[in-house]
Design a protein around this ligand. Structure first.
Ligand code: 5GP
Length: 180
């Protein structure tokens, strides 16, 4: 892995695809073990950033499950805009269901707060939050996160579904913004 350039910024190698695969697998098996074979959860991936994580996650899920995606964008460039858009794409009836939200990354928690607000109105049986990446030093909310893949420092990352102004989503490894 080498230093890469996306638009005007340089990024350095941060988490290899092998390490990501290990953590995703660990998360999948933990959630499968906790929910058990008799539960058929609905996994809801938060687009766009979660698509690669969700694809790998469900591939390793050993029991029956449903899968859908919703969109709730909040990020532009390398700074949180603070503005949360509305949710697009949920058509399923979630009442009485076990819903597992799959997030790519939780930063300030603004998106998570919006997710809680939206799903609390849907009378689900159980709402479970899982995120692949988590930035504990920026997280400002008193909201529960059930499963965390990797806690990382507060620096912008790209790759494995995450972008910088539209670029970098296709990278199999994760890169971190390089300050120089
Ligand atoms: P929050 O609402 O928790 O501040 O931010 C959540 C959203 O911001 C994520 O779903 C993701 O789209 C974006 N985001 C937060 N941190 C990063 C980062 O380090 N890199 C990228 N590419 N996106 C991020």
């Amino acid at each position: 892995m080498d230093i890469i350039q996306l638009h005007d910024k340089k990024f350095k190698p941060f988490i290899s695809k092998e390490e990501i695969a290990k953590q995703v697998n660990r998360l999948t098996l933990k959630i499968a073990n906790d929910l058990g074979e008799n539960e058929t959860p609905i996994f809801i991936g938060i687009l766009n950033g979660s698509f690669m994580f969700v694809a790998d996650f469900v591939r390793g899920y050993p029991y029956n499950c449903h899968l859908t995606f919703v969109k709730l964008a909040s990020y532009q460039g390398t700074n949180t805009s603070g503005k949360i858009k509305h949710l697009v794409g949920i058509n399923e009836d979630l009442e009485g269901k076990t819903v597992v939200i799959l997030e790519d990354i939780i930063d300030t928690g603004n998106t998570l707060a919006e997710i809680y607000k939206i799903f609390e109105e849907k009378n689900v049986k159980k709402l479970v939050i899982a995120t692949l990446f988590f930035k504990p030093n920026v997280f400002k909310k008193a909201l529960h996160i059930d499963y965390i893949g990797m806690s990382i420092e507060d620096r912008f990352i790209v790759g494995y579904g995450l972008d910088y102004d539209g670029l970098g989503r296709n990278l199999p490894d994760v890169y971190q913004l390089k300050e120089d």
